[in-house]
Design a protein around this ligand. Structure first.
Ligand SMILES: Cc1cc2nc3c(=O)[nH]c(=O)nc-3n(C[C@H](O)[C@H](O)[C@H](O)COP(=O)(O)OP(=O)(O)OC[C@H]3O[C@@H](n4cnc5c(N)ncnc54)[C@H](O)[C@@H]3O)c2cc1C
Length: 403
């Protein structure tokens, strides 16, 4: 396999570098570079970052898959150009595409199922991070078995009246809007009775209560909805078709969680940690057991990265990825967990110090990465559910006996 870039692509790289040097500068300030990138929580959206993003969109570098009329760059799919742009923006620490529930999950869903008015109203502001979203799917008693959800909406004049409770709603405390799955046809079979709503979080009757998690932060929330009045045209797709629309969002959520770049960042950090910390009187990286585990993990990581390139190529060619896309989330999250676990072993007792502790190796970031890795094994569909999906939809094995 030849993984070098042709002269045409190297010229493209030079153009991107020139653009970055001119408009951001090598030391233009640190773009967010943490685990919280995945939720979009820590990404820079100040005036300078926004002005830069607009320029980068204009040049065709960011949001290449989104039509210009909705605020994207509208470029022909080219996985190699996308990879070069990502590499160069990361190197220059320049604001990149905002990753998170709004830009990465809702925007593609709206492009697929939204009305013109919904696309006009939301896509541009969501891509720039000026409208922030949370995802209202899970409920107490409806997680893996999402179709059993009970939050209901009833039509009353020109409004839906929503009542119920959502749980594990990441970033609801900061969100302007929520995309939510709600039961509108209680008399229909479970999957046919749901609709996909866009709900303004400032509407009276919404109560957001934080849930403290083991990292010490409170990124999750319970969201209570009591007689929340939502305009009739807030449904994405047709009434009762919410399940189909929500599958589109979930597909993008799994691709987001399964992306290899965060895993690569954690792995590179682990290598630095093993170089810096001592074990039995020598750098941990010289310990044959640690070396062996590192090599095994790196091989799996390189496989995940090539798998990502393969999926990009299939998508650029319009080929249905099938089984190849179904394995991504499980593979990547199990790998992320194994990397974080090795980091904890390398860090030893001091790895248990709280995140932010000055005497913890790498300020306790690996403890955080470890706890986070447990969460992403569950988020967007737990690992066992992914195994069921791979078995049933990917390999055609008999259905889970519990359904
Ligand atoms: C970090 C994180 C962020 C999240 N963010 C959001 C969010 O923003 N919005 C939102 O709506 N939800 C969010 N969630 C919730 C998430 O979608 C649910 O936790 C997930 O779907 C699992 O549901 P549950 O917690 O009810 O567990 P359950 O469904 O009760 O599952 C418990 C265990 O049983 C296993 N299990 C269940 N059914 C089967 C089966 N049929 N076969 C085999 N094993 C099974 C599961 O694998 C799991 O191990 C988030 C969760 C996490 C961890």
């Amino acid at each position: 396999m030849n993984l070098t870039y042709s002269a045409e692509y190297e010229r493209f790289r030079t153009d991107v570098r020139r653009f970055l040097a001119e408009h951001w500068g090598e030391s233009g300030g640190a773009a967010a570079d943490t685990i919280a990138d995945l939720t979009g929580a820590s990404v820079r959206t100040d005036a300078r970052a926004t002005a830069f993003r607009l320029l980068a969109i204009e040049r065709g570098y960011l949001y290449r898959h989104v039509p210009r009329r909705y605020g994207g760059a509208e470029q022909p799919p080219d996985p190699l150009k996308s990879a070069i742009i990502a590499e160069e923006f990361r190197r220059a620490r320049a604001p990149f595409e905002i990753v998170g529930q709004g830009p990465s999950m809702l925007v593609p869903t709206l492009l697929e199922h939204g009305t013109e008015a919904q696309k006009d109203r939301f896509i541009r502001d969501t891509l720039l991070g000026t409208v922030r979203w949370c995802q209202g799917y899970s409920e107490p008693g409806a997680g893996s078995d999402l179709a059993s959800l009970r939050t209901r909406a009833v039509l009353d004049g020109g409004h839906w009246v929503v009542n119920g409770q959502k749980i594990w709603t990441s970033n609801a405390q900061d969100a302007d809007w929520m995309f939510a799955l709600v039961r509108t046809e209680p008399e229909k079979p479970r999957h046919d009775g749901l609709s996909y709503f866009l709900i303004d979080m400032n509407t009276p009757g919404i109560d957001v209560r934080p849930l403290r998690q083991m990292t010490g932060d409170a990124d999750f929330n319970e969201v209570f909805l009591e007689n929340v009045r939502v305009p009739e045209d807030s449904v994405v797709g047709r009434r009762g078709q919410g399940w189909v629309v929500s599958r589109s969002t979930l597909k993008h959520e799994r691709a987001l969680i399964g992306g290899a770049h965060l895993t690569r960042r954690t792995f590179d950090g682990l290598v630095m940690l093993a170089q810096a910390l001592e074990r039995d009187g020598r750098p941990a990286i010289q310990d044959p057991v640690i070396r062996n585990r590192l090599v095994e993990l790196e091989a799996r990581l390189v496989a995940a990265e090539h798998h990502g390139h393969r999926l990009l190529t299939m998508s650029a060619r319009g080929t249905e990825a099938g089984l190849a896309s179904l394995v991504t989330k499980l593979y990547s999250t199990v790998l992320g967990y194994d990397i974080a676990k090795l980091a904890m072993d390398v860090a030893g007792d001091r790895g248990l110090l709280a995140p932010g502790e000055a005497s913890a190796p790498a300020m306790g970031m690996f403890g955080l990465a470890y706890m986070w890795s447990l969460g992403v094994l569950i988020a967007g569909g737990a690992a066992n559910i992914q195994r069921n999906i791979i078995a049933e939809r990917g390999l055609g094995l008999p259905r889970d006996s519990r359904k």
